[in-house]
Design a binder for this molecule. Structure first.
Ligand SMILES: Nc1nc2c(ncn2[C@@H]2O[C@H](COP(=O)(O)OP(=O)(O)OP(=O)(O)O)[C@@H](O)[C@H]2O)c(=O)[nH]1
Length: 674
């Protein structure tokens, strides 16, 4: 065993759908292990997790938070992850650093689908995980129904590790499926051993046989025993559970009531006994291990005082106070407990700790003392799907804004921003309405930057439908001194979509001298930047065919004016028309919602290009379509509400398309009205 590895530790992420009880479970785990003496609760806003103001206000997790505790001489580091899909990026980055995850869910059949994207992520990354069915104080479905509902969304087999003992809808105890011992829960105290409930014998027996058969699929020795009707020794079953969980081959299932601490001690026992040690994960991720310090950033925070903190998983070697990683000297080394920091001198491989002042180092990055080290894979970057245009409430704050946004983006890689080239708006992009509201709260609270928001303008363009030739533009100005004279004839022609703009000249005999031609092009370009409907013009070809000049009064400036005049006249005759940006979207949805999503798309003027079942995700479809950007604004909101929150989409700019006439009229009226 490597002496630099903290083997008596477990790093566990607490994940699961929105409001399933993750923060409450963390609070209970900390209480049961004695690290906190009084339990907080989410309603009162005094839990260790969700400590940021933005989380307390909304009674939901909006970023990951970390807590440490000890149980049976083993250090447990828990990462409480947000459940809302709008904060999924946080969860994905956090999951990169753990050895196992607890998937917290509710015993509600209709909500089980919301676990599907998480199960897919865990399965794709082969992260060992167990399921904790929480809120078993209001379980109105049978345990096997819950289990079957869960099975439909997991590509790994689920095995019952416990059989719950219920009194009506309330969990009162459990049978351990390995030892077949029964226990009764008591509020505020560990569970008591009780006699095996006779009425559950038959059900438990069947469920146990199923568990053993599942384990035997990965263990020939166990399979032989089962075939020969030999009762396998308990140590062998525990060993299989550990091996098969550690290799992400099976998913053990537990039950509990986090609010009453029911099921929390057995969960800890199981993590202690069966969750993989840090070394197991390190070997799986890195292959060979050396002493060179290597860590990966799971999260970046800026403290209220403005200091940068990077939460890292140490994968190899020892991190010490002041260590230089990727060329940057760390300021200090800490263990985190919610928002509290405890200073430490060193952290060994297998620990999750925070380093301060790692300037320039981003979430997901691999950091090391050796610059040649191969970067560890990092969680995929989610594309932003929802946008708001923002303006500082106080004019002078514009300069401060870009510094603050840069920091926010470091803390939250699921955000993006741009200053739009056409509309000049500052646009904040994120994963949904709540995500952006949380970001705006942070701007206001942390950076004292209150913002006003509006829906981003659609970057319409204009073009022409019809060619017009020999449009005459003459600029003649006499005001004392020497005058201004420019005189041009232009051909203005539409180009195919996507061709942009081109300018040619066919001047014969120097009727427009060479030195004035750039002025003509400049005049044309200036005019096109703001067409007659008020938007930039594209897909237009302009040719200078003829003109005349004056030896004294002509200048580049005068030819520019002449070209503008010609364009003004010509474009009005060329049937100017409005173009809108069209996106190519790829919508990802459970197949049961495909027809609804198709309707949603066509109802938003979408053009369906096709759809197909996903080969990498059974029961899910990809729908491909063209969607006008004007219809994308709250598309994600509607898509999520149609699909229990699990639908998502990728998009890219594809082409410009003429806006249907009636709609164009409405848009133009609206714009001139504004
Ligand atoms: N009845 C019941 N309610 C519970 C239980 N555990 C948590 N809750 C309640 O469920 C709600 C959500 O709990 P949280 O712990 O905030 O859930 P969460 O999963 O951390 O929420 P997000 O991280 O925002 O997704 C709160 O009102 C809790 O009091 C439980 O075992 N039984």
């Amino acid at each position: 065993m490597n002496k630099n590895v903290k083997s008596s530790s477990r790093n566990v992420a607490i994940v699961g759908p929105y409001l399933s009880g993750k923060t409450t479970l963390l609070e209970s785990l900390l209480f049961v292990t004695g690290v906190i003496s009084r339990k907080g609760n989410v309603k009162d806003g005094n839990t260790v997790g969700d400590s940021a103001n933005e989380a307390r206000d909304r009674r939901m997790s909006v970023e990951i938070s970390t807590a440490n505790t000890e149980y049976e001489n083993t250090r447990f580091t828990f990462i409480d992850c947000p459940g809302s899909v709008e904060f999924a990026q946080e969860t994905y980055h956090g999951l990169m650093g753990v050895d196992a995850a607890i998937v917290v869910c509710e015993p509600i059949k209709e909500r089980v689908l919301t676990l599907a994207p998480l199960f897919k992520f865990l399965d794709d990354w082969e992260i060992p995980h167990i399921v904790f069915v929480n809120k078993m104080d209001r379980a109105n479905i049978h345990v096997l129904e819950t289990l079957n509902a869960l099975k439909a969304f997991s590509s790994r087999p689920l095995v019952l590790h416990q059989y719950p003992i219920m009194q009506g809808e309330q969990l009162t105890g459990f049978i351990d499926m390995v030892t077949e011992k029964a226990y009764q829960y008591h509020p505020g105290a560990p569970a008591d051993s009780i006699t095996f409930p006779e009425n559950l014998k038959a059900e438990e027996h069947l469920a146990r046989a199923e568990m053993l058969e599942t384990l035997a699929n990965f263990d020939d020795h166990l399979l032989e025993e089962l075939l020969d009707d030999i009762e396998p020794p308990q140590e062998e079953i525990f060993k299989d559970l550990k091996l098969e969980l550690g290799a992400d081959l099976v998913v053990p299932v537990f039950f509990g009531v986090a609010e009453q601490d029911f099921g929390v001690r057995p969960l800890l026992e199981a993590l202690l006994r069966e969750a993989p040690e840090p070394e197991t994960t390190m070997e799986r991720r890195l292959g060979t291990i050396s002493d060179t310090p290597v860590a990966q950033v799971l999260k970046t925070f800026y403290t209220p005082q403005g200091g940068k903190l990077s939460l890292v998983r140490v994968w190899q070697g020892i991190l010490t106070d002041g260590i230089v990683l990727n060329g940057v000297r760390a300021g200090g080394l800490y263990r985190l407990m919610g928002q509290q920091q405890q200073s430490i001198n060193q952290a060994v491989a297998g620990e999750i700790v925070a380093l301060s002042r790692l300037e320039g180092i981003k979430t997901g990055e691999t950091i090391s003392t050796n610059s040649q080290i191969k970067p560890l894979p990092k969680a995929e970057q989610l594309e932003p799907v929802f946008a708001l245009a923002i303006t500082p409430e106080k004019r002078n704050d514009e300069v401060k804004l870009s510094t603050a946004i840069t920091k926010l983006l470091e803390e939250d890689p699921a955000l993006a921003w741009e200053q739009h080239g056409d509309t000049h708006e500052v646009i904040l992009w994120g994963q949904g309405e709540i995500h952006l509201q949380v970001t705006l709260d942070r701007l206001r609270r942390k950076y004292n930057l209150p913002m006003s928001t509006h829906l981003p303008q659609v970057p319409y363009k204009e073009t022409i439908r019809k060619p017009v030739n020999s449009v005459h533009g003459r600029y003649k100005h006499q005001s004392g001194g020497h005058g201004q004279f420019g005189d041009v004839y232009l051909n203005i022609q539409p180009l195919p979509r996507g061709e942009g703009f081109n300018f040619h000249e066919k001047i014969v005999g120097g009727v427009v001298p060479k030195q004035y031609i750039p002025g003509v092009e400049m005049g044309v370009r200036e005019f096109l930047s703001h067409g007659p409907l008020g938007f930039p013009m594209v897909d237009v070809a302009v040719t200078l065919t003829n003109g005349s000049y004056h030896t004294v009064d002509s200048s580049e400036q005068a030819f520019k004016q002449a070209a503008r005049l010609a364009m003004q006249m010509g474009v009005t005759q060329a049937q100017p028309t409005l173009l809108e940006p069209i996106l190519k979207v790829d919508v990802n949805t459970p197949s049961e919602f495909t027809s609804k999503v198709l309707q949603l798309l066509t109802g938003r003027r979408g053009q369906i290009l096709g759809y197909e079942g996903r080969h990498d995700w059974q029961g899910w479809d990809n729908i491909y379509a063209y969607l006008p950007q004007a219809e994308m604004q709250d598309f994600i909101v509607e898509l999520r509400s149609l699909t229990l929150g699990v639908g998502s989409f990728h998009w890219e700019q594809d082409h410009l398309q003429e806006v249907p006439e009636k709609l164009a009229e409405r848009i133009l009226q609206h714009i001139s009205f504004k």
